[in-house]
Design a protein around this ligand. Structure first.
Ligand SMILES: [Zn+2]
Length: 90
């Protein structure tokens, strides 16, 4: 089964990069890079109840998911060139 993610595609509001709009388990919107990042990814995407849910994994969880052959992604917040506009406070 292939998952059609088109309905969650969008663009980053600050840098214009293509992203997927996922929702965290806390219910907050989170931009995710659409390209899988097998090496450094820590975001596991899953479609649940018609929503694209992003689970952020701890480092050891991400390693386990990687070993299990799951496709991991990265948060666009991590490498948006304008990330400072997402995170104004330090
Ligand atoms: Zn961006």
């Amino acid at each position: 089964m292939t998952t059609n993610l088109d309905r969650w595609r969008g663009t980053c509001g600050t840098c214009g990069a293509p992203i997927l709009w996922a929702t965290t388990r806390a219910g907050k919107p989170m931009p995710v890079n659409p390209e899988p990042a097998p090496e450094r990814g820590n975001v596991l995407l899953a479609v649940q109840d018609g929503q694209l849910v992003a689970g952020v994994l701890r480092r050891n969880q991400a390693a386990g998911a990687h070993d299990a052959g799951l496709v991991l992604h990265t948060s666009h917040f991590t490498d948006c060139p304008h990330a400072d506009q997402h995170r104004r406070s330090r």
